[in-house]
Design a protein around this ligand. Structure first.
Ligand code: FPP
Length: 249
């Protein structure tokens, strides 16, 4: 099994053009609950296995040369889940960073956060801040976690920030798309070139609505815990077969 995954990986790597990689890949990691249910396991087991997938995909993206990897880890809507599940999901960034941070530092990966950190439990804020601080000067792949992130909230906050800056004279001149983008959580990051969503759902679910305007969308029925590096490489290969016209002919 492992052998055939390696063979497939080799085949895909041989087909991928390293000069035309998507600079920014964003992923909606979906299907942890259904993966667990199909195995008669608690939902937490799906999330736990999902963290293993995060490790594999971070490592593969980094080796491939992706510049920015954005992972939708917790949405503003996820607070509506039962308290035990919210607590479990909230324990994952800490768990992940505790184990992976030394490797991320060494591999020159820069941790970043999009979303509103103020509602995150203090230990999560602390772990994330440690991750940000420890990788602050890294110049390699940006590993961007969307935590307590919702795109509509992001846009409303951007409008509020921009209005305040206009009223207080900090922003003068026209409000262009470029100016507006600077007020989003993703300020300074390029827009995603490729969006991946797992588990056979075909929705954006309030994720990066502004930033995905011209992204290529790639969907798979595979549940996130079963997603592996070959799925990622296949998505990158398929992306390279698409013609991006950005509205032109
Ligand atoms: C959606 O699956 C997944 C989530 C809400 C959480 C995603 C989080 C991870 C994969 C782990 C994050 C890891 C780190 C390191 C922060 P679902 O539970 O909605 O699945 P379902 O639709 O099948 O019920």
């Amino acid at each position: 099994m492992e052998n055939s995954l390696e063979e497939r990986e080799k085949e895909l790597l041989a087909k991928i053009d390293p000069e035309r990689l998507p600079g920014h890949v964003a992923i909606i990691m979906d299907g942890n609950g259904r993966w667990a249910k199909e195995r008669g396991l608690p939902r937490s087991a799906g999330h736990r296995q999902g963290v293993e997938t995060v490790r594999e995909i971070v490592s593969c993206s980094h080796r491939l040369g992706i510049k920015v990897l954005t992972l939708f880890a917790f949405s503003t809507e996820n607070w509506k889940r039962p308290a035990w599940e919210v607590n479990y999901l909230m324990s994952l960034p800490q768990q992940y960073l505790k184990k992976e941070l030394p490797k991320l530092v060494e591999e020159n990966v820069k941790v970043n956060l999009i979303g509103d950190p103020s509602r995150l439990p203090p230990p999560v804020q602390k772990a994330v801040n440690q991750g940000l601080e420890a990788t602050r000067n890294n110049t390699g792949m940006v590993l961007n976690f969307a935590l307590n992130y919702g795109s509509r909230m992001e846009i409303v906050r951007a409008v509020q920030g921009l209005l305040a800056d206009i009223q207080e004279g900090r922003h003068k001149g026209p409000v262009t798309e470029e100016v507006f983008s600077r007020y989003l959580f993703t300020a300074g990051l390029p827009d995603p070139d490729l969006l991946i969503r797992t588990s056979g759902e075909y929705r954006l679910s309030n994720f990066l609505l502004w930033q995905l305007a011209y992204s290529e969308l790639w969907f798979t029925r595979t549940y996130w815990p079963d997603f592996n590096r070959c799925h990622l490489l296949q998505a990158v290969y398929d992306y390279q077969q698409r013609e991006r016209r950005f509205g032109k002919i």
